[in-house]
Design a protein around this ligand. Structure first.
Ligand SMILES: Nc1ncnc2c1ncn2[C@@H]1O[C@H](COP(=O)(O)OP(=O)(O)O)[C@@H](O)[C@H]1O
Ligand SMILES: O=c1ccn([C@@H]2O[C@H](COP(=O)(O)OP(=O)(O)O)[C@@H](O)[C@H]2O)c(=O)[nH]1
Length: 235
């Protein structure tokens, strides 16, 4: 099986569905069912979830917060999403375990690499909140880090565009879509679909990054089956 063990990055906005902020129940359940189906098809899955549907650190700067404090609030938002996703995946019939990079033992397990590997080996989907656990980072970088340390075969970046373009397709109607490119090309052309730190980490780990839209129903399953629309970023 291609990509048996995968890390799926979900942006916070993906969970907000049409609401744009907070959590949208139907969207959450649809994504959870997609993840559960991939697990039932034999994939081992870890999910890193963003928090942009609740709070982004940069938003705090406009409110007079310092960056580290604002990022702490942002990380808490990602844990809220992880708890929601854990529940939704459980409800879709596959055991899930939320783990946070920032310890909050009353709410969920603290992230530990060996424990995450153990959960995956026992058929549980691991849902990681808290990003890297440090300010000044993003959940994209957290996703590349976890994908590398959990020896994942690919990092699937689920977002709201259907791949990587020559420029941001939301602001440039003439942007062209890539089917394939290298990490070096993504970095040197400053393609902002994922931050440079995340691409650099993925390059160092020799990790394939697959960028696809989670807005399409069943997107995770079809990307894993090799039939979905996606851009492949490879060494
Ligand atoms: N070259 C590019 N190719 C594709 N998407 C891009 C590119 N440059 C910028 N983007 C933007 O990146 C976003 C995807 O990143 P994501 O991490 O999901 O969102 P955000 O950065 O808002 O949290 C898309 O909404 C898209 O508009
Ligand atoms: O390792 C990390 C990951 C995230 N964040 C904070 O959490 C917010 C939400 O994460 P992100 O913007 O990556 O979420 P997404 O865009 O994927 O929804 C960020 O803006 C940061 O403030 C952080 O401080 N360190």
């Amino acid at each position: 099986m291609r990509f048996k063990r995968v890390l799926v990055k979900l942006s916070g906005e993906a969970l907000a569905g049409p609401e744009k902020a907070g959590l949208h129940g139907e969207t959450l359940m649809a994504i959870a069912s997609d993840i559960a189906a991939a697990a039932n098809a034999g994939h081992e899955l870890a999910i890193v979830v963003g928090g942009g549907n609740f709070f982004r650190g940069v938003q705090g700067l406009g409110k007079g917060l310092d960056r580290a404090s604002a990022d702490s609030i942002g990380m808490l938002g990602t844990v809220m999403n992880a708890l929601a996703l854990e529940h939704a995946i459980d409800a879709a019939g596959v055991p899930a375990r939320a783990m946070s990079a920032v310890s909050m033992p009353a709410l969920c397990e603290s992230y530990a690499r060996k424990r995450a590997l153990d959960h995956m080996a026992h058929g549980k989907v691991v849902v990681i909140g808290g990003g890297t656990g440090n300010p000044y980072f993003t959940t994209d970088t957290g996703a590349a880090l976890r994908a590398a340390e959990l020896s994942c075969h690919a990092l699937l970046k689920g977002t709201n565009v259907d791949g990587v373009y020559t420029a941001d397709p939301k602001s440039d109607p003439d942007a062209l879509r890539y089917d394939h490119l290298t990490h070096d090309e993504a970095i040197t052309q400053n393609l902002k679909v994922m931050d440079t730190t995340a691409f650099a980490l993925a390059r160092e780990a020799g990790l394939t990054v697959v960028v696809f839209s989670v807005l399409d129903a069943g997107a995770i399953g079809s990307v894993l089956a090799g039939t979905g629309r996606a851009t492949f970023v490879t060494p």
